[in-house]
Every structure is written in structure tokens, then in C-alpha cells.
Design a protein. Sequence first.
Length: 86
Amino acid sequence: MPLHSGRGAMRVSKWGNSLAVRLPQAVVDILGLHEGDSIEIHVLGPRTLEVEKNATPSELLMRLRKYRGRLPPDFKFDRLDANARS
């Protein structure tokens, strides 16, 4: 969903050794962002980005608790495979 209306231009600013932009309030509201939250920015194309809020540890734990004891019958955890380095 595009959030620009022709007046939503943002300026890229220097922040330490990085570049930064301020997120428009519409993005903050839609994602429910607060100071200190973690986000990911995915490049979808040469001029298209997607911003996604990362789940907090407590949100991840709540998701895991929903599946407690209900793994598929054919589920097999391989510790060596899970910790393999590429």
C-alpha cells in the first residue's frame, strides 16, 4: 500500500558513518513501532522497499507456546544439522 501523497518526501541525512531517514508517522502507526523496536527493510526492486517490524522475544515465545506438544508426527530435529555452518 503506497503511503506517499506527493508531500511525503523524506531527506536522507548523515548519522555517524551511516545514512538515515525518518519514518513517516503513517508507517510508524501501521507497524505499531516504538522507540527501540527492531525492523527489517527488504529491497523488492530498484526503487521499492518493504519495512517489517521484527517480533519481540516475548512475542516469539507466545507463538512457540501455541505449538507446545503439537509438532507434526514426522518432525525430526537434528542438532548437528541445525548447527551446521555454511
